[in-house]
Design a protein around this ligand. Structure first.
Ligand SMILES: [Fe+2]
Length: 218
């Protein structure tokens, strides 16, 4: 039955509100972009490695921010009505933070003088983390999300998501977008894409140059 509660504008009006869906889609997007770029990177090229590091910094910032937002604004909420419900996710978060830090440290050590084999080892380490992370957020969407829907009204969940977007996520998205702007400037200077195309790419999360563009001598 259609809900009588007004949905936020970014959701389809017939959708049941899902607290995790939007942010997890964004995280899957950037994890996928990073995996693709890590697989294409020439680890003996300082310029290539610098590009990978820029995307990695943005990705790790978003992942860290999401984890703390979830702990403080979703799991803490759920714990009020379902004591003990947050234990599984908190444990996962602690383990993921350790693996994420290890991958971030490995990325920081790259400087464009690595062999293809060393680059491949980094890519493997990242994809092991990515696989673990994707399993974790899948669990959240099929288990934790259902608990939220069972123990809170849709109006409560929508109000909570709106508060998170306005007070917590928007400043971070802005910071992320500012990082993307530097990338856009660089592409525009190289006359690889027109400004309107560059903006479209930023909005669709495809602002990073393709293999073809890189081979054009960026
Ligand atoms: Fe999580």
């Amino acid at each position: 039955m259609p809900s009588m509660v007004a949905s936020p504008p970014y959701l389809h009006p017939m959708a049941i509100h899902r607290s995790y869906a939007a942010s997890h889609k964004g995280l899957r997007n950037i994890l996928g972009q990073f995996s693709l770029l890590a697989g294409r990177t020439d680890y003996g090229s300082p310029a290539d490695v610098q590009r990978l590091k820029a995307l990695g910094d943005e990705m790790f910032m978003l992942l860290t921010h999401h984890l703390h937002t979830e702990n403080d604004h979703l799991l803490a909420l759920l714990e009020q009505r379902v004591p003990g419900a947050l234990q599984h996710n908190l444990r996962d978060h602690e383990e993921l933070e350790v693996i994420q830090q290890d991958v971030a440290d490995r990325l920081a050590r790259l400087d464009g003088t690595q062999t293809a084999l060393e680059g491949h080892a980094f890519h493997l380490a990242f994809t092991a983390f990515q696989g673990r992370y994707l399993g974790h957020i899948h669990h959240e969407e099929v288990v934790t999300e259902e608990l939220l829907l069972k123990h809170f009204t849709e109006a409560e969940l929508i109000a909570n998501s709106e508060r998170i977007v306005q007070q917590v996520e928007f400043p971070v998205l802005l910071a992320s977008r500012q990082g993307a702007s530097k990338n856009l400037e660089r592409m525009a200077r190289a006359a690889i894409v027109r400004p309107d195309e560059a903006l479209r790419r930023a909005d669709t999360g495809t602002m990073y140059p393709t293999e073809e563009q890189r081979s054009m001598g960026e």
